[in-house]
Design a protein around this ligand. Structure first.
Ligand SMILES: CC(C)(COP(=O)(O)OP(=O)(O)OC[C@H]1O[C@@H](n2cnc3c(N)ncnc32)[C@H](O)[C@@H]1OP(=O)(O)O)[C@@H](O)C(=O)NCCC(=O)NCCS
Length: 212
C-alpha cells in the first residue's frame, strides 16, 4: 500500500482495524496519560504499513517481510487465544507507529496453576524517545498481565542497561546530585537472577543475525 508523496495518511480508528486482542484489555488509566497526539491500541493486521518493523529496528535487526509473511505471523499469534498481547502507540497525526511492546502469558503447573507474564520487544522510535512512551508501554503490558491473573511479570534486558545503571549511580555518589536509575528500574522492575541462552543452528537463519 503506497501513498503519493507528501500526502499524510489519516488516523485509522480501532473500529476500522483487525486487532490482535480486545482494546478494552489495555488499562484506561495508562492510555489517559498519553499525550492527545498519541493513541495506544492492540497490534493491527495491517500494521506492517505503519512502520511496525522500522520501530522494532531500534531494538534489533529486522528482516524485510512481505505482507503475506506479516499476516501469517499475526495470525499465528492470534491462533493462541489469551496468550499474546502486542500493543502499539500510534501518532494521530501520521497514523504511524512510534512505540511497541509485547507480553505473552505462560500457564504453569506450579504456583497453584499460576501464570507468568513475559514482556518482550519494547521499542520506541528515536524521534519520540524521552516522552515516557516506554514507561507507558511497560505499565500497560504489566496491567494486562496482572489483570489476566499473572502472579509476576518478568523481562530480560541487556547488560548495557545494567552497566548504565551502575555508572549513573556512581555518578550520583560522587556528585551527590540525583539518582538516575536505568529505564526498567524506573518502570518498577528489580534485577533478579540470571538469563542463560543456547542458540540453535536453524538452516535459514541469516548469517548477519546478531545473538540477541
Ligand atoms: C529503552 C526505551 C524503550 C525507553 O523508552 P523511552 O520512551 O525513551 O523512555 P521513557 O521516556 O519512558 O523513560 C522513562 C524513564 O526511564 C529513563 N530512561 C529511559 N531510557 C533510559 C536508559 N537507557 N538508561 C537510563 N534511564 C533511562 C528516563 O530518563 C525516564 O526517567 P524519568 O522518569 O526520571 O524521567 C527506548 O529508549 C528504546 O526503544 N531504546 C531502544 C530499544 C531498547 O533498548 N529497548 C529495551 C530493550 S532491553
Amino acid at each position: 500500500m503506497s501513498l503519493p508523496q507528501n500526502v499524510m495518511p489519516s488516523f485509522t480508528p480501532d473500529s476500522e482495524l483487525d486487532l490482535l486482542f480486545s482494546p478494552t484489555l489495555i488499562p484506561a488509566n495508562v492510555k489517559a496519560q498519553l499525550g492527545s497526539d498519541l493513541h495506544m491500541r492492540p497490534l493491527a493486521k495491517t500494521d506492517i504499513t505503519r512502520s511496525h518493523l522500522s520501530v522494532l529496528s531500534v531494538l534489533t535487526s529486522t528482516s524485510t517481510l512481505s505482507e503475506s509473511q506479516y499476516f501469517q505471523a499475526f495470525e499465528s499469534l492470534r491462533a493462541c487465544p489469551n496468550t499474546y498481547f502486542t500493543l502499539v502507540i500510534v501518532s494521530r497525526e501520521t497514523d504511524q507507529i512510534v512505540g511497541v511492546g509485547s507480553v505473552f502469558l505462560e500457564q504453569k503447573f506450579t504456583r497453584n496453576l499460576g501464570k507468568v507474564g513475559h514482556i518482550e520487544d519494547i521499542a520506541v522510535d528515536k524521534s519520540t524517545q524521552g516522552r515516557k512512551l516506554g514507561l507507558r508501554i511497560i505499565q500497560a503490558l504489566s496491567g494486562i498481565s496482572e489483570n489476566a491473573g499473572c502472579y509476576k511479570t518478568i523481562l530480560n534486558c541487556s547488560d548495557a542497561n545494567i552497566r548504565m545503571c551502575y555508572l549513573t549511580v556512581l555518578w550520583q555518589c560522587t556528585d551527590g546530585w540525583f539518582l538516575f536509575a536505568a529505564f526498567y528500574q524506573k518502570c518498577g522492575f528489580e534485577k533478579k537472577e540470571n538469563e542463560m541462552a543456547r542458540y540453535h543452528n536453524i538452516a535459514d537463519r541469516p548469517l548477519h543475525t546478531p545473538r540477541l
